[in-house]
Design a binder for this molecule. Structure first.
Ligand SMILES: [Zn+2]
Length: 139
C-alpha cells in the first residue's frame, strides 16, 4: 500500500477522525450542531478534508427523501458521516453539497496556531521603523 498523504488544517479548533486522528473539518466551518445522524447527534459542515465519498443512494431521512453518499475517512476508511448530494424537498436544499459528521465518530482537537509569516513581517517592519526613529532623534 502506498503512503497516504494527510492534509492538516491550520485552525485553533478542528474535528478529527476518532480512529486514526486524521483532521476532518474546521470547527469554524460547522453550520449546525443540532443534526440527527444515524448514531446520534451530528454536525452539518461546509467542507471536509481527508475524506472520500462512497456510492450515492436515496435515503429517507426525518426531513424527507435525500440522495446521499457515505463519507469515509480517507486514511482508515471508517464511515464518519455522509454528504447531501440532492434534497427532494425544496426547503431542504440548503443542505446540498454539505456534509454531516457523526459526533460519535469524530473528536475535537484544540491546537496552537503558529504565528503567520505576515504577522512576523509586520513585527520586523515596526522594529526597523523604531530603529530609524531612534537614530534620527540622535542626530
Ligand atoms: Zn480515520
Amino acid at each position: 500500500m502506498g503512503v497516504m498523504l494527510q492534509e492538516f488544517i491550520e485552525a485553533p479548533s478542528v474535528y478529527a477522525c476518532l480512529i486514526c486522528r486524521a483532521h476532518i473539518a474546521k470547527r469554524d466551518d460547522v453550520i449546525s450542531r443540532t443534526f440527527q445522524g444515524r448514531l446520534g447527534r451530528a454536525y452539518l459542515t461546509e467542507s471536509v478534508v481527508n475524506a472520500r465519498l462512497g456510492e450515492g443512494e436515496d435515503r429517507l431521512l426525518m426531513t424527507g427523501m435525500h440522495t446521499v453518499c457515505n463519507l469515509h475517512c480517507r486514511l482508515c476508511d471508517s464511515v464518519i458521516g455522509w454528504k447531501y448530494v440532492h434534497a427532494f424537498d425544496k426547503s431542504q436544499q440548503y443542505k446540498e453539497g454539505r456534509y454531516v459528521l457523526e459526533q460519535s465518530r469524530i473528536y475535537s482537537i484544540d491546537q496552537p496556531v503558529e504565528v503567520s509569516a505576515d504577522v512576523h513581517l509586520l513585527q520586523l517592519a515596526s522594529c526597523e521603523l523604531g530603529a530609524d526613529v531612534t537614530s534620527s532623534m540622535m542626530i
